[in-house]
Design a protein around this ligand. Structure first.
Ligand SMILES: Nc1ncnc2c1ncn2[C@@H]1O[C@H](COP(=O)(O)OP(=O)(O)O)[C@@H](O)[C@H]1O
Ligand SMILES: [Mg+2]
Length: 416
C-alpha cells in the first residue's frame, strides 16, 4: 500500500488552524479558578518548578479523549483544599468535581468544549452500589455520548519530559503513544480499545473467580478476537500510511523515523487473511486460560510494541543518543501533524512540555519555525522562557507564581 502525498507550504498557509481562544479551569490541580485569553499561535508558560506550568497543559489535554497527558486518575486532579486555602473562585462547583472549558476556533468556526467530572452511583456485581466518578464531555453545551467523539472536533498531540525516554522505557508507554497516533486518524480506534479492555477485564475476572463459565468465556474470546484483529489492522494501516508519507516528504532538519510494530497479531496480518488471524487469536486466548493469571505473556494486542528506526543511520531509536532520540520524537510529531492536516484537514494543537531540553538551539528554533509554518497552535513551557525569544512576535508569554498566571505584556526581553 503506497499513497502519494506532496508537501507544499502554501497548502498549510491556506488552512486556518485549530486554536484554543479561551481556557477556563475550575478546581483543577493548583488552580481554583483560572481563565486565559489566547490570541497567538504560541503560548509560552514560564515559572519555577512546581509552579503549575504542566498543569495548564494537562488541562488542555483533557479536551481530548483519555486521561490527559499525565494519565491521571480523575480524583487526583481536583484541587486539594489544603493547597488552595487562599484561593477564591467566582464559580461554584460541586466540591468533588473539576472542570475545564475552552472556546475553540477551527477553520474559522467557533465552538466550545467542556469537560467535567461527575459522581454517579453504580451497581456492582454483588447488588451493592458504590459511587464512581466519570468524566463527561460537552460540545456547544451538548453532552457527547462518549469522550471518544472528541477526536472529531479536536486533535491534541503532546510531548512531555517523560517521553524523552519513550524509546527506552517499557512497551506500555510506546503502545499508548502508538494508539494516540492511530486515534488521531481513526477516531473509532478509541472505542475499539475501550471495548477490548472491557472484555479483557471481564475475561480475567471470570478466570480469577475460579467459577469458570465456559460459554461466557467462549463468547468473550470470540468478541476479543474480532475487535483485537480490527485494532491490529488499524494500527498497521496508520503506521504504514505515516511511513509512506514521511518517506515521500522527509524533513530537511529532523531525521526520518521509520516506524514498525512488534506484535504477533499485527505481524500475522502481513501475510494472513484477517479471518485466519481471528481464529488464531481466539485459539490462543483459549490456550491462555490456564496460565494467564500466572504468566501474562500471550499474543494479544495489549502486548504490541512500537519500534522506531533512525532511518538514515539504520539504527534503532533505543540505541541513539538522547539528543537523537528527542529529534526522532519531534520528527514523528511533525510528520503526524502534517499528515493529519493532509488527510483530515484537522490541524492539531500541540502541547510541548519542556521541549527545549536535549535539543540544541538550532533544532529548537527550527522546530518552532516548522510549527509556525504549519499554522498550528502550540503551548510551550519552560523555566527559562528566553528559550523562546525567537518566536516572540507570534507568542504570548505568561509567568506563573503563587497559582496565578500573568501575561508579560511589555518589556519581554527584560522580563525573561
Ligand atoms: N490536585 C491538586 N491540587 C492542588 N495542587 C496540586 C494538585 N496536583 C498537583 N498540584 C500542585 O501542582 C504542582 C505541580 O505543578 P506542575 O504543573 O507539575 O508544575 P511545573 O510548573 O513544574 O510544570 C505541585 O507543586 C503540586 O503542589
Ligand atoms: Mg512541568
Amino acid at each position: 500500500m503506497s499513497v502519494a502525498f506532496h508537501l507544499d507550504t502554501d497548502f498549510y498557509k491556506a488552512k486556518v488552524g485549530s486554536a484554543v481562544k479561551r481556557l477556563t479551569l475550575v478546581n483543577f490541580r493548583n488552580y481554583k479558578y483560572l481563565r486565559l485569553n489566547i490570541g497567538a499561535p504560541f503560548v509560552v508558560l514560564s515559572g519555577e518548578n512546581g509552579s503549575g506550568k504542566t498543569n495548564v497543559l494537562e488541562a488542555v489535554s483533557f479536551l481530548s479523549q483519555g486521561r490527559g497527558l499525565r494519565n491521571a486518575k480523575l480524583s487526583e486532579v481536583k484541587t486539594f483544599d489544603f493547597l488552595a486555602a487562599t484561593q477564591q473562585s467566582p464559580v461554584f462547583i460541586n466540591n468533588n468535581g473539576w472542570a475545564v472549558s475552552a472556546q475553540v476556533e477551527r477553520g474559522g468556526e467557533e465552538f466550545n468544549i467542556g469537560t467535567a467530572v461527575e459522581s454517579i452511583v453504580k451497581e456492582t456485581n454483588y447488588n451493592e452500589v458504590k459511587e464512581v466518578e466519570r468524566r463527561i464531555v460537552q460540545v456547544n453545551n451538548q453532552k457527547l455520548a462518549s469522550q471518544n467523539e472528541l477526536g472529531q472536533y479536536l486533535s491534541i498531540i503532546w510531548v512531555t519530559p517523560q517521553m524523552d525516554r519513550l524509546f527506552q522505557t517499557g512497551a506500555q508507554a510506546r503502545r499508548s503513544f502508538l494508539d494516540r497516533i492511530v486515534y488521531a486518524f481513526d477516531t473509532s480506534h478509541a472505542r475499539r480499545l475501550a471495548a477490548y479492555d472491557n472484555l479483557y477485564r471481564q475475561w480475567l475476572q471470570i478466570l480469577k473467580s475460579g467459577n469458570i463459565n465456559d460459554s461466557w468465556l467462549v463468547a468473550l474470546e470470540d468478541q476479543m478476537a474480532g475487535i483485537g484483529v480490527a485494532i491490529a489492522a488499524a494500527r498497521r494501516e496508520q503506521i504504514q500510511k505515516l511511513n509512506d508519507f514521511t518517506e515521500q516528504n522527509p524533513d530537511d532538519i529532523f531525521p526520518t523515523a521509520q516506524l514498525s510494530l512488534d506484535g504477533t497479531i499485527e505481524q500475522m496480518l502481513d501475510d494472513k487473511p484477517a479471518i485466519y488471524v481471528e481464529d488464531f487469536y481466539r485459539e490462543s486466548l483459549f490456550n491462555q486460560r490456564r496460565n494467564i493469571l500466572y504468566n501474562d505473556s500471550g499474543n494479544g494486542i495489549n502486548k504490541t510494541d512500537l519500534l522506531a528506526l533512525y532511518k538514515k543511520k539504520n539504527v534503532p531509536a533505543e540505541l541513539c543518543s538522547t539528543g537523537e532520540q528527542k529529534s526522532l520524537l519531534l520528527s514523528i510529531i511533525l510528520a503526524q501533524a502534517r499528515f493529519l492536516i493532509h488527510t483530515r484537514g484537522l490541524p492539531p494543537i500541540l502541547l510541548l512540555d519542556e521541549i527545549a531540553a536535549h535539543l540544541d538551539d538550532i533544532k529548537r528554533d527550527a522546530f518552532l519555525y516548522k510549527i509556525r509554518e504549519l499554522n498550528l497552535q502550540a503551548w510551550l513551557t519552560s523555566t527559562t522562557p528566553s528559550d523562546f525569544l525567537s518566536i516572540k512576535n507570534s507568542a504570548q508569554f505568561f509567568t506563573i507564581k503563587d497559582n496565578m498566571v500573568n501575561e508579560i505584556a511589555e518589556g519581554l526581553e527584560a522580563a525573561v
